[in-house]
Design a protein around this ligand. Structure first.
Ligand SMILES: [Zn+2]
Length: 154
């Protein structure tokens, strides 16, 4: 059986008492003594950061989110998280995940844009042209649907 890698949301309601979590999660929340606390290796953290840039989730993932994803990758475990961005990156890397309560229904590719001058941006932050704070929206939902039906046909 695969090990469960738990993020902070998994400890609400005491639903999970076995599995592993990261030190950064343990700093945020009370972790049962039966849960093992580990720190992910840098190479896995780096892989998660790259994947999060690809999906457009880098701006919204916390250190604890990245650590949980990295541990999931490192241990080949099942990530337990209520965070849509965590679920999205897990999906992108084809990692197994489950929601501790609510779950995302499909993968989203986000793009960042400037609400001021409408230019597309690389990441969360401030637009280099007009200084407006960037926002994000799903990337071409219509094309995504097309891609999904194509995948189903294969
Ligand atoms: Zn702008």
């Amino acid at each position: 059986m695969k090990i469960k890698v738990l993020d902070a949301g998994a400890f609400i309601e005491n639903l999970y008492t076995t599995g592993i979590t990261s030190e950064s999660v343990a700093e945020e929340t009370r972790v049962p003594p039966t849960v093992e606390i580990l720190s992910p290796k840098t190479e896995f953290i780096n892989k998660i950061k790259i994947a999060a840039r690809e999906t457009g989730d880098s701006g919204v993932l916390s250190k604890a989110d990245i650590d949980v994803l990295a541990l999931g990758l490192q241990m080949d475990g099942i990530i337990v998280s209520n965070d849509f961005a965590v679920q999205n990156v897990a999906e992108h890397l084809k990692l197994l995940w489950e929601g501790a309560g609510k779950s995302m229904t499909k993968k989203i590719n986000w793009i960042w844009y400037c609400p001021g001058c409408k230019r597309l941006q690389d990441a969360k932050g401030v637009c280099e042209f007009c200084g407006t704070e960037t926002k994000r929206r799903p990337k071409h939902p219509r094309n995504q649907k097309k891609q999904e039906s194509r995948r189903k046909r294969l």
